[in-house]
Write a protein that binds this ligand. Sequence first.
Ligand code: NAD
Ligand code: USQ
Length: 410
Amino acid sequence: MKVLVLGGDGFCGWPTALHLSDRGDEVVVVDNLSRRAIDQELGAESLTPIATVSDRLTAWHEVTGKEIRFRNVDLAQDYAGLLALLESERPDAVVHFAEQRSAPYSMKDSGHKRYTVDNNVNATHNLLAAIVESGLDIHVVHLGTMGVYGYGTAGMEIPEGYLDILIPHPDGDPVAQEILYPTHPGSVYHMTKTLDQLLFAYYVKNDRLRVTDLHQGIVWGTNTPETKRDDRLVNRFDYDGDYGTVLNRFLMQAAVGYPLTIHGTGGQTRAFIHIVDTTKCVAMALDNPPVPGDRVKIINQQAETLRVRDLAHKVAELTGAEVAYVPDPRKEDQENDLLVSHATFLSYGWQPITLDTGLMMEVTEIARRYGDRCDLSKIPARSLWTKEQRAGVPAGYEDVPEGAPATVRV
Ligand code: NAD
Ligand code: USQ
């Protein structure tokens, strides 16, 4: 099948583009390289030395004989360019990764909040409007987030997108309805993903578009079988306080001898998935599209749920790293349980990679290999989410339980 990978230069998009190309799909990467520009803005860099897009694509061609083409289009700003691209390429599907994806970055200040909303909501809406205008039947596979649900479960397993409810009726029996699972975003970034959900629901209803929305957990790991084939194919590894995600940060911190930074009590429970499984799940979603007239197909894309402090202590055990409880720069619940259904991918035969010591050490080895590229000053998370925190009142830190197994408090 012919697939446009929007955001195909990013952490999830690049290995997915390679995976799809490797299995025989015709792939075009579309990206405006904004993520590379944000690195410059933040004075941060991927821990791994990522090659330019053109060197990446040349390397893939040299190693496999396969061609991936690249188009630089800003999906949020260049509607005409996007429409022309769809009309000329006539893809069977698009995979939409192309959004600003860091919650801390989205919470820095009003400028970053506005950029995140403008970029993410416009990119998604432009894509849907352009597909309708093109008249083409293109399956949209979008990367959403577990965070649209929030991380509380009222004791139940979070279903895949929809909730059956009974509405009390004054004159008789309750009325049964199916609704989108209530949204509970925890940052401006996560809020954009809840807005995306509404855009999808509307366009599916009005225009019978075919949309799959993958509610993905936190991705960990770095390389995939495809990115390992040549150093120039290496994947991005974010470790800085804005873009580094928790498990990869802990593995990198262990490798460079920096105490593992648990925010607040570390009782935050989150969903996780390995990068190799991201690429496989997207491929499975492409192979199992909805038919026109179906509701948005929502699939939870996560392998397991884990508590942040348990992760830290596991990494510490494995590597001998120190653990530090630090004030939580975010506004978030300090303790939560999280139960999540992932029935759809399991029904397709998916065997998820779960927290695996070997794989964790593999990531630590990569971090060690490139440790001299690490700028330690970029590690602390400095984006404070509320005016109280900016005024010096920490959130969460005061709640660290007395008996918490902290070896360091900073
Ligand atoms: P990333 O920032 O590494 O990649 C996103 C890519 O999209 C970048 O290359 C960027 O340049 C491009 N992009 C952004 N806005 C664009 C625009 N307007 N036009 C064209 N290109 C644009 O992020 P990632 O980690 O690869 O995440 C990809 C998607 O997956 C995001 O939508 C994110 O919300 C979602 N997701 C990521 C994770 C994770 O842990 N990384 C977890 C769940 C969901
Ligand atoms: N955390 C720490 N220490 C750190 C970094 C993070 O304790 O050094 C904590 C955070 O406070 C938070 C949790 O770890 O409670 C997760 O933080 P994260 O940065 O790993 O993940 P998050 O901000 O939720 O965002 C990431 C991706 C985002 C994606 C989301 C999936 O950046 O694109 O949507 O994971 S999910 O969390 O399931 O919504």
